[in-house]
Design a protein around this ligand. Structure first.
Ligand code: PGA
Length: 236
């Protein structure tokens, strides 16, 4: 089953996230996707029970690269596991840009997630400038290098999210995207690939024609329940 990963970012209050999670739960059995709900850290304890029947999976938006210790402000992967998370988003471009995260930091985050029995969703993507300079593939290869060299057989999700497509309404050309994902899949055959960046009920139709995609990482549209329903509920 394809994944619908809702990345709520920091858009809603805790009460709003609880309300939205209940709405997701209502449609989970009719959904053509496995729903993965990624709220803020502080909402996670309250949402633990939405996973009780396994109909909506819980995910976190990041985690610490360290096991434990003197790391003020960080949240460990083992805590996320305690809170019933099954997935953790790693290396989202908003976090990479804000904190200038080096590749080995992101690699360590992935390792902590795997060690704690959860599934990492690693975000990769190029900027508009890099794309215009024809550097897309080399940028993505660099972002994946440590994984290819160290844990090529690990099973993780990789979300290709071009930075210029995030919340802009633009998506890559379908043929171009298909070719790129095939190339990445060839590099890491054990990984499953998601696409993220301006996915909504309109763009998802053409994106869904790409056979190598195992689902989507969705920001803006995941906050609007009417939009979510249009994306995930099978048209009869
Ligand atoms: P978007 O965000 O769906 O609003 O483009 C995607 C993301 O940042 O993960």
């Amino acid at each position: 089953m394809k994944l619908f990963v809702a990345n709520l970012k920091m858009n809603l209050s805790i009460a709003q996230q609880q309300k939205l999670a209940k709405e997701y739960k209502k449609i989970a059995s009719k959904s053509s996707y496995r729903l993965v709900f990624c709220p803020t850290f502080t909402a996670l304890p309250l949402l633990k029970k939405i996973t009780t029947k396994g109909d909506v999976a819980l995910g976190a938006q990041s985690c610490s690269p360290y096991h434990k210790g003197a790391h003020t402000g960080q949240v460990s992967a083992s805590e996320l596991y305690e809170l019933a998370c099954s997935y953790v988003i790693i290396g989202h471009s908003e976090e990479r840009t804000a904190y200038r995260l080096p590749d080995n930091y992101i690699f360590d985050q992935i390792m902590r997630v795997l060690e704690n029995g959860m599934i990492p969703i690693l975000c990769i993507g190029e900027t508009k400038e890099e794309r215009d300079a024809g550097q897309t593939l080399s940028v993505l290869e660099k972002q994946l290098k440590l994984i290819c060299d160290t844990i090529p057989k690990a099973s993780l999700y990789i979300a290709y999210e071009p930075l210029w497509a995030i919340s802009t309404g633009e998506i890559p050309q379908i043929e171009e995207l298909e070719e790129l994902i095939s190339r990445l899949k060839w590099m890491l055959p054990y990984c499953a690939f998601l696409y993220g960046g301006s996915v909504n009920h309109q763009t998802v139709e053409s994106l869904n024609t790409i056979p190598q995609l195992s689902g989507f990482l969705i920001g803006h549209a995941s906050l609007d329940f009417q939009e979510v329903k249009k994306i995930v509920v099978y048209k009869k």
